[in-house]
Design a protein around this ligand. Structure first.
Ligand code: CTP
Ligand code: CA
Length: 278
């Protein structure tokens, strides 16, 4: 694809994109994972570079070659993705969570391969993974609230105290899919990430009640934009095309017709650039 005609509306901006899907080890040879190919996240990284951004791509189990001009950080598990995203997001202008994050992980990881016996195996007990997207929103709110306007000193951007490393949601502010109301209305911080990334974007793959689930998720996660895809067999995963509705906090949804994943990426970056310019 020819990207020469791209607007340079992300020049001087730092953006973070996560791509692919996380894997949670059961034993040294097995994992719980998902079907995400990373194609949409890589299209986002390429198009952001074409529009002038400095791009960090956090790639979870993606087999695609590194896009030119992009800093690529490869991760496997959700814990690794979380560390990489939170670290790269410090000072970033926008974060786009295109990665499919494993919602659950085994409570314990066997250190040796689980062998087949004459009996059925033990059930694998699962526990919830931290919600990285929701945590980004909570951290941004905390950083903004603790900023001291008197002398203009920004918060240090690391209000991690009390933030559980795993299982539960950030800082206790998000109890199990509730709270974070009001966060969605924000998104107008100064560039450079003072108080956290100015624009936080989520992706949601839904199979049923696509728009209603998407609207609820946008509010719950406290993000500014949520790209909602309908998924199912032969839809979205591993295909070069995508169709989506982009939900906008405090604005009207934007329909993106079926087309190359670059087109969806470009529409999304236009919305991000507009929010950054506000
Ligand atoms: N996400 C995340 N951390 C998780 C789960 C999801 O950061 N532990 C992000 C994804 O990267 C995506 C968005 O949240 O941008 C929505 O993911 P999705 O799986 O649709 O939402 P969930 O809250 O996990 O809800 P559910 O899977 O039950 O629909
Ligand atoms: Ca999920």
């Amino acid at each position: 694809r020819v990207l020469r005609g791209s607007p340079r509306d992300l020049a001087g901006r730092r953006v973070v994109v996560s791509a692919g899907g996380t894997r949670e080890a059961i034993d040294p040879v097995r994992f719980i994972g998902n079907r995400s190919s990373g194609l949409q996240g890589y299209a986002l990284a390429r198009t952001a570079v074409a529009r002038g951004a400095e791009v960090t791509l956090i790639a979870a189990n993606v087999t695609l070659p590194d896009p030119a001009g992009v800093k690529v950080v490869r991760v496997e598990s959700t814990a690794q993705l979380r560390e990489a995203v939170l670290s790269a997001s410090e000072g970033a202008d926008a974060v786009v969570m295109a990665a499919a994050v494993a919602d659950f992980r085994p409570v314990t990881r066997a250190t040796s391969k689980i062998k087949k016996t004459s009996d059925d195996p033990e059930a694998i007990r699962l526990t919830k993974n931290p919600d990285i997207l929701a945590e980004l929103g909570v951290r941004r709110t905390q950083a903004r609230n603790s900023a001291t306007p008197a002398d203009g000193t920004p918060a240090d951007g690391t209000p991690a105290d009390g933030t559980p490393a795993d299982g539960t949601a950030a800082g206790g502010t998000l109890a199990d899919g509730t709270a974070a109301e009001g966060v969605a209305a924000s998104g107008t911080a100064a560039g450079g990430g003072v108080g956290g990334p100015a624009v936080i974007v989520g992706f949601a793959a839904e199979t049923d009640d696509v728009l209603a689930n998407g609207q609820a998720k946008l509010a719950r996660k406290g993000c500014d934009l949520l790209v909602v895809n309908q998924v199912g067999e032969h839809l979205a995963f591993g295909t070069p095309d995508n169709a989506a509705t982009i939900l906008v906090a405090g604005g009207d949804p934007v329909e993106v017709p079926r087309g190359p994943k670059e087109d969806l990426a470009d529409t999304l970056w236009s919305l991000v650039a507009a929010r950054l310019a506000e």
